[in-house]
Ligand binder design. Structure first.
Ligand code: HEM
Length: 143
């Protein structure tokens, strides 16, 4: 595992834009995830994710300059995220990571972060879209 904050220097702005574009191509075609974006437009969400990831992985702080503290768990409460949606999100992100030419160390560090963050963002029990599971942690890694 390498320092996540060293990753922006190798992936760069173009890499994060390509990553999030490939990721949202997957989301656009996903029957579990697409309904979470009722406004239809995915580009604003793609851009917010790209800015956040650039900041988390050691790049410029444009995300917080625009959006303030990430508070990701709070910002995701509006969206019912169960294990199936978590797994779908991670599947699209893994495919997007595969579309970049990353060293094994960078790939593994990013994958690990996404798995941990996605797990922290689960906010509904399987099969019960309204119930909040009890959790001791209110802040995912990275905010
Ligand atoms: C676990 C499955 C996940 C689902 C179903 C999900 C879904 C969503 C949805 C529907 C939005 C609103 C789109 C918008 O910005 O307009 C959103 C926003 C966002 N998500 Fe996720 N997300 C997931 C995991 C993650 C993970 C793992 C990260 C970070 C590594 C992340 C980072 C973000 C960010 C930065 C925003 C924009 C927050 C803001 O500034 O308003 N999400 N997500």
């Amino acid at each position: 595992m390498i320092d996540p904050r060293s990753i922006y220097a190798t992936v760069g702005e173009e890499g994060f834009n390509r990553l999030t574009a490939a990721f949202y191509d997957g989301v656009a075609a996903d029957p579990l995830l697409r309904p979470l974006y009722p406004e239809g437009e995915l580009e604003p969400a793609r851009r917010r994710l790209a800015l956040f990831l650039m900041q988390y992985f050691g790049g410029p702080t444009a995300y917080s300059d625009e959006r303030g503290h990430p508070r990701l768990r709070m910002r995701h409460f509006a969206f019912p995220i169960d294990q199936a949606r978590r797994d779908a999100w991670l599947r699209h992100m893994a495919a997007a990571l595969d579309s970049l030419e990353l060293t094994p160390e960078v790939r593994a560090t990013m994958q690990r972060y996404f798995e941990d963050a996605a797990t922290f963002l689960v906010n509904r029990a399987e099969g019960d879209p309204e119930r909040l599971p009890l959790r001791g942690v209110s802040t995912p890694p990275g905010g």
